[in-house]
Every structure is written in structure tokens, then in C-alpha cells.
Design a protein around this ligand. Sequence first.
Ligand SMILES: Cc1ncc(COP(=O)(O)O)c(C=O)c1O
Length: 386
Amino acid sequence: MHIKELDQKYVAPTYARFDLCLVKGEGSHVWDDEGHEYIDLGTGIAVNGFGVADAEWIAAVTEQLGKIQHTSNLYYSEPCARLAEQLCLRTGMKQVFFSNSGAEANECAIKAARKYGETKLGGKTTIITLKDSFHGRTITTLAATGQDVFHKDFLPLTEGFVHAEANNLDDVKRLADENPCCAVMFEVVQGEGGVRPLTKEFLQGLEAFARERDLLLIADEVQTGNGRTGELYGYMNFGITPDIVSTAKGLGGGLPIGATMLGERVENILTAGMHGSTFGGNPIAAAGALNILSRIDDALLAGVRERSDYIWNELTGTEGVVSVTGLGLMIGIETEKDAGEVIAACREHGVLVIKAKHKVRLLPALNIPMDDLKKAVAVIKEVCKK
Ligand SMILES: Cc1ncc(COP(=O)(O)O)c(C=O)c1O
């Protein structure tokens, strides 16, 4: 049976897949099972930050694979400890809990905030999140997600979340006055919500308000993290310091990993037996992540910003493009044509792009060669104007 038929028969149909089966890749190039080649500007939704089959990452992962593939969290393990050290040194956070996905990283962030509210704020446990946010698909992270469309059919969700208008500090303040709150959770660029950045003014105002009210700031850096926005973590673009940072996607370079970084105010808030994950901190995923993190240096980040500027300059004001939004290499393009039509036409011309709400979304590899980027952007421009 063809892979497509097998998948349609046996895999739960929760994904509206493109009619495309990818089988291999090299850097920013991927091939389908019919031998067609594409320039990939989606990177598996911001996961393959250094492209496909990256030699250094493969070497790091396979070296660890030859030593020990899994230990369980009953024992100490070097890649896990070293990765936690690096994450803390690079962010100023104090401790890390490892899991396997973005939703799980957020679950841990939420548990830590709840425990803080319970023990330090006299039982205030409501968390403010933003409208149009996306925090995951578990019942609790769905509750955190400020989009009703994802809630439908899965009620009742976990209690204790209220949703404020993005970039509206007065709305956050209103909700904080009306509810017993312990935290505010946000993405500095709302990815699934349509690649919509929060403003510096809002984020800095939010930080000041959170300090005044003893609310924790939780940055969901699942999509914005690990170099994607031109800084190691997206919040670093805005001069704010969150108390909890969750991340996943690009950290693993293609292997599943989630990380919840806990700052000073929540250091030691989670103690033995309070949280856990069989695969969390897995040596192979951690070894891959260590390699990825070590390569997100100033030169790489400058390259991300340079590529971002190129895309913005090329696409802003061009025929058929209504607007360009985002930060770094997380870019949303509002097109005159239907986004689905643009995505399909790009694919026909050998370029893979994805969607975010009604926009075309670009999440290229952080190190995509300029030549590939130029070719791909030329295709997008051509497709948008036709
Ligand atoms: C900001 C954000 N948070 C959380 C998630 C959920 O991550 P995962 O699919 O790894 O559970 C996503 C996924 O797109 C995301 O973009």
C-alpha cells in the first residue's frame, strides 16, 4: 500500500497533512518519495534549526547513542546535567526540568506557578494568558491557550486560566484585580496565533506590573526559543527577565525534548516526587541539544538577523503582499491571495512554506545558505504577485 493510504487508514486523522511524503534531506533541501527536491522554509515547524542531516548534530547524537541510550531519572546522567548547566549559564535561570515536548514544558511551568501561588501567595493560583496564544494540546495547556477553537469538544478543561487581550496592559490589570492570580504566561511572538509579536512597551509594562503584584512571568519560548528570533530566547529582544521559561522544538534539533527553566523566585519550588518524566532529560536528546545550544552563538544570531532583514526587505511592499510580521526567522506574510493557494503554488515551484492562521509562515533553518534563501524568496514573491 502507498504510504499515504497506509497513513490514512491507520494513523488517527488529527492532522490535515500536505499531500507530500518527505524521505530525506540535506541542510535546507528536502526530497519527497517521488524524488522532487524542495527548499525547506518550515523546518518541521521550527525544529530543524540547523537543517536536515546536520553532520555535527548527527555526530553528537550518535556518539551518545553508542554509549547509553537511556538511563531513567533514577540515575545521574552527564548530557542532562551539562545541558541544564548550559541553559542556566546562558539565561541566568537557576534550574531546569526536562520533558519531551512543548506542551509538557508548559505543564511544568504551570505546575511550578501553581505551587508558588499555593505556598507563597496564600492560595492564589489563577494564571493569566493572552488571547490568540497557543500553549499546547494537553487538557491543561489547552486551557492556557487563548483560542476557543481549540477548546471546543474537550470541555471541561483545567480550571484557573483567564485570557487577556494581547498588548493590552489594562486588560491584564483588570483580570489581575478580578482573579486570585499567581502568574502571566505569554509568547513574545504568538506563533500559531498568526506570527504576531508583542510590543516592547507591553512586555516591559507587564514586567513592572508583575513585580509590583508578585506575579510570576512565564515566557513560552517553545517556538520563539533557541535562536529563532535572533536572540537565544525571544524575551531577550525585549529587555525583560521572566521567572520561568519553557522551551522545546528547536532545542532538540529534531529529537523530542522539552525544558522548563526556573528562575530565582521559583528555585526549588518543585521538590523530589512532585514532577517527573520517564524520557525527560534522555541522554540522546540532551546530547543533541547540547550540540545545538553550543552553536547558537553571536555569529549565528547575527546571521539570523541578517537573513530576517533580507526577507523583510524583499517582501515588504511587494505586489500581492499585504503585510509582513514576526521577528528574526519567524515570519508571517499576509497575502492578497488565499494563504493555502500561495503555499500550494510555492510547493509546485520547489519551496516548502507553512501556514499560521490566515498567513503564510516562514521558519527557515537558522543557517540557511543565502543562495537558497534568495531562490526561495524569489519564488514566494513571484507566486504572491501572479
Ligand atoms: C508557543 C508554543 N507553545 C507550545 C507548543 C506545543 O508544543 P508541542 O507540540 O511540542 O507540545 C507550541 C507548538 O506549536 C507552540 O508554538
